[in-house]
Design a protein around this ligand. Structure first.
Ligand code: HEC
Ligand code: HEC
Ligand code: HEC
Length: 435
């Protein structure tokens, strides 16, 4: 390359970088510049406890599922330490109990509101694994109730372990600042007066405390959540499950009452919850009151399907279409699966989910079906479904190529019409056991 070529080459690189920087700075100013990075210095401790407020806070904490992220396996609830893995390393959630040294014991109400809304605490700007972009939607009334509830927990002295991150992600102030410049678009929304109160309540819960988009939306660069992939479905970072799209078309087969019921009980005639969704229902959504469950169902059934071509292309990219489904699949199905799911694939009531005409089985990503067949699963135990039926694991009983064959069979049979999965995909998934 001659000198001019090099110079042009550099310029070609520099211009987009400058443009990105400029957009970043403009967006940053639109987010309030450095103001969100200042933690309030003056503040108040909550006044005398009010039982009704604490009870309301306990309910909100359930729906926000604070306990799942802020508890290690076998640890004291809310005492922190759970680790989140990503390609940049591991991040630990902190201690939310009122211990003054390692928890929120000497936090003011203003500090708490600020951390929840702006994702900035004494520690510095918080990594976006913490769903502050969602919690920013919460009203003062709800945030104050949450804080009051957390203050009633037994204090536990437990400092979260140090994060283990690669540079530059490890540089909290710099990395989070840059990330926020590029990707953080605060979008608190007022109620839409043209919509019924129930719909607005549903949106408040879904986009706010429920943080459903953390799993159900597609991800962009550096774990961002681009608006055009809102609820478009995606693989969940660090957990490996595929969360399906939530929108008007994908949820057409459920009526609102059925969907609300599924969110609380974990079962329905369309299928039952498994993987991360079973965990979410078990720890959080089963406690929804009936009105809130109906509100959520009402709202998610109106979401317009994402128009993002990238999301669709990416989902299509997950398909591995090597090799035809082997005839062996039918035989394995009859021997191992039909006793529960039926020869016709229609399952049995609430006990065994249908596989025929089930969009999750025919989904672009076959990850969930393969993992279920490998490792088995059970719907969550809930008040509405106290003794869930389970699906046995086949990891020791069927060889990888047999699992590929039977999953390919259920994806194609009964008009499901989805392409087969390959032996390689099954092998890769076998190596990632359920956590
Ligand atoms: C998806 C997982 C997740 C959920 C759900 C979640 N958190 Fe967190 N939270 C985190 C992580 C991870 C951090 C640490 C982030 C960091 O260190 O940058 C954190 C940090 C925080 C902090 C800042 C603590 C500090 O010392 O700076 C507060 C306060 C907090 N969370 C409160 C809550 C509350 C209240 C809820 C429920 C309404 C909640 N979180 C739900 C993952 C979660
Ligand atoms: C931790 C990740 C995670 C979160 C958070 C989460 N989901 Fe899910 N969800 C999943 C996964 C994985 C599936 C697929 C497995 C299944 O169907 O049980 C799923 C399935 C579903 C389904 C079934 C869809 C269908 O077409 O059959 C519905 C409805 C649903 N989720 C609603 C919600 C709502 C509403 C929220 C927020 C209140 C939410 N989810 C939060 C992971 C999550
Ligand atoms: C003993 C009964 C039983 C047998 C045998 C069984 N399953 Fe299941 N299956 C279940 C139950 C129960 C669930 C729901 C699990 C959950 O919700 O966690 C399920 C769920 C599934 C799902 C998820 C459906 C969805 O909505 O996404 C698939 C796929 C599946 N089974 C395929 C198979 C295949 C393939 C076989 C044979 C290799 C098989 N099952 C054998 C009971 C069974």
């Amino acid at each position: 390359m001659n000198r001019r070529g090099i110079r042009w080459g550099r310029l070609a690189l520099l211009l987009p970088l400058l443009a990105i920087l400029l957009v970043g700075v403009l967006m940053f100013r639109a987010q309030g510049g450095f103001a969100p990075f200042k933690v309030p210095e003056e503040g108040s401790r909550p006044a005398a406890l009010d039982d009704a407020q604490v009870e309301h806070g306990a309910y909100l904490a359930r729906i926000g599922n604070c306990v799942t992220c802020h508890t290690t396996r076998g640890g004291t609830p809310y005492s922190g330490g759970r680790v989140f893995q990503s390609e940049y390393g591991s991040i630990h959630a902190g201690n939310l109990t009122p211990d003054p040294e390692t928890g929120l014991g000497d936090w003011t109400l203003e500090e708490f509101r600020h951390a929840m809304r702006h994702g900035v605490s004494r520690t510095g700007p918080l990594y976006p694994v913490f769903p502050f972009a969602n919690f920013a939607h919460l009203t003062d009334h709800d945030l104050d109730a949450l804080f009051a509830f957390l203050g009633t927990l037994p204090p536990v002295k437990a400092a979260a372990p140090e994060n283990v991150l690669t540079f530059p992600a490890s540089w909290r102030h710099g990395a989070v600042l840059a990330w926020r410049m590029l990707f953080h678009r605060p979008r608190t929304q007022a109620d839409d007066p043209s919509k019924p109160a129930q719909w607005n309540r549903g949106r408040y819960l879904v986009d706010g405390l429920g943080h459903c988009d953390m799993c159900h939306s597609g991800r962009g660069a550096m774990q961002s959540l681009p608006v055009e992939q809102y609820m478009a479905g995606g693989h969940i970072t660090g957990l490996g499950w595929y969360a399906p799209p939530l929108d008007r078309i994908s949820l057409e087969r459920w009526d609102t009452a059925e969907l609300a019921d599924y969110l609380r009980s974990g079962v329905s005639r369309h299928g039952s919850a498994y993987g991360s969704m079973a965990e979410v229902i078990y720890t959080s959504l089963q406690y929804l009151d009936e009105g809130d469950a109906l509100a959520i169902a009402t709202y998610i059934k109106t979401i317009e399907p994402s128009l993002s071509r990238r999301a669709r292309a990416r989902n299509r990219g997950d398909l591995v279409t090597t090799g035809p489904a082997s005839a062996n699949g039918l035989l394995i199905y009859q021997n191992h699966c039909a006793q529960c799911h039926g020869d016709d694939g229609r399952g049995r009531g609430l006990d065994y989910p249908p596989l025929a005409g089930n969009p999750l089985v025919a989904s672009a990503s076959a990850v969930n079906s393969v993992r279920l067949v490998l490792f088995g699963g059970a719907a969550p135990t809930t008040e509405g479904n106290p003794r869930p039926y389970s699906m046995p694991p086949y990891v020791g009983r069927l060889a990888d190529d047999e699992i590929a064959a039977v999953v390919s069979y259920i994806r194609a049979a009964w008009g499901n019409g989805a392409p087969p999965v390959s032996l390689d995909e099954v092998r890769a998934l076998r190596r990632i056991p359920l956590d």
